[in-house]
Design a protein around this ligand. Structure first.
Ligand code: ADP
Length: 227
């Protein structure tokens, strides 16, 4: 059996603990995602998808349970180790894209590679290939403010996978794309997953998209159940 890229066990998370406005979000959530597997995370708004993705991506810590990424148990790891694992092994596509406004689409995909030690030429080639795979070649020189929300989302996807992460986490990655563009981005994502053996956990409200993934898990009552 191949080692899971992401393993979450017994995750607990509550906000405002012990206060009248306490919210129990995760109550024993378990999930394993294998290399090359794309898992859809489906739940109503407010159920805790973003919370779960942030914990899985080491942007937040659970109150209980364990998070293992690429075989490394991150429970109790210090900030430095968490940051190193996040930068080295995890790609994140957020609902809001957080692209760097003063740089072009291509530069937004090139910069994280340079920070990772990739040469300028190789980084530019990879950025061009990734942007082409999501139909963004003609917009590669545009800054984020000159791009539509859907175009920014496509750039954000290219940036997230630029360094070949073992784990891709995405929060509604095709939420503001029209159906045709959504299919293009999804096809590019599936192609990359199959090619690289990356594992992906993708929150979506779109049932048709969820149905195209390898497996669906639902977040219900703070736990993950097969969909
Ligand atoms: P989803 O992504 O499924 O919409 P979230 O993970 O964003 O859900 O939120 C889960 C629940 O936790 C919601 O009820 C939300 O209001 C609450 N919540 C999220 N973040 C905080 C916070 N920082 N403080 C208090 N409550 C929060």
């Amino acid at each position: 059996m191949s080692e899971a890229v992401l393993r979450l066990a017994g995750l607990e998370k509550r906000y405002n603990p012990g206060r009248p406005n306490e919210v129990k979000v995760l109550e024993g959530a378990d999930l394993s995602v294998a290399p090359g597997e794309v898992v859809a995370l489906v739940a109503p708004s407010g159920a805790g998808k973003s919370t779960l993705l942030h914990i899985a991506g080491l942007l937040d810590t659970p109150d209980g349970g364990t998070v293992e990424i690429a075989g490394h148990d991150m429970t109790g790891a210090g900030d430095r180790a968490r940051t190193a694992t996040r930068r080295g092994a995890v790609g994140f596509v957020y609902q809001f894209h957080h692209l760097l406004p003063e740089f072009s689409a291509a530069e937004n995909v090139i910069l994280p590679q340079l920070a990772h030690g990739v040469s300028a030429g190789a980084a530019a080639d990879r950025a061009a290939a990734l942007l082409a795979s999501v139909g963004m070649t003609a917009r590669a020189g545009h800054r984020p403010a000159e791009l539509s929300g859907g175009e920014q989302q496509r750039v954000a996807f290219c940036r997230a996978v630029a360094n070949g992460p073992q784990l891709l986490l995405a929060d509604e990655p095709t939420g503001n794309l029209d159906p045709t563009t959504s299919d293009t981005v999804f096809d590019a994502l599936m192609g990359l997953v199959r090619e690289t053996g990356m594992a992906a956990l993708i929150a979506t409200h779109n049932p048709a998209l969820a149905a195209r993934m390898d497996r669906i898990v639902r977040l219900e009552g703070g736990r993950l159940v097969a969909g």
